[in-house]
Design a protein around this ligand. Structure first.
Ligand SMILES: [Zn+2]
Length: 125
């Protein structure tokens, strides 16, 4: 029986190599990436008042909706990938649904509360 070293190779894009710090960006790439980041940060900053208003509108709801929203909450201190803490999930590779989950989305829509920019949520420092 002959044992050979197992090796695989796969191509990666220059973008991916830059993202992982495998190569140094050129000056043009550095400027382009800084501009994209600045644009994204401006979009995120502009979205915060609307997101805050939407969360305040949800927080003001009462009754059974209040109880449902308290169950289907998220960690407001977490900066990325907010997950619903109330949805059931299972399975070997099961992961909690992202927040707002279907339940929260249904409640928000029924009150005309717009959560479409929630993905830009930034917790208050
Ligand atoms: Zn949920």
């Amino acid at each position: 029986m002959k044992i050979e070293k197992n090796a695989i190779a796969f191509p990666i894009s220059r973008e991916m190599a830059l993202d992982f710090g495998l190569v140094e960006p050129t000056e043009a790439e550095r400027e382009e990436r800084a501009a994209v980041m600045a644009q994204w940060q401006a979009k995120r900053d502009a979205a915060q008042p609307g997101i805050g208003a939407a969360l305040a509108a949800l927080d003001a709801l009462n009754g059974v909706e209040r109880e449902m929203l308290d169950l289907h909450s998220f960690d407001r201190t977490k900066r990325y990938a907010q997950e619903c803490e109330g949805c059931d999930f299972s399975g070997f590779e099961g992961e909690p649904p992202a927040w707002p989950c279907r339940t929260v989305d249904l409640i928000a829509r029924s009150h005309g509360i717009d959560l479409s920019e929630f993905y830009l949520y930034e917790p208050e420092a």
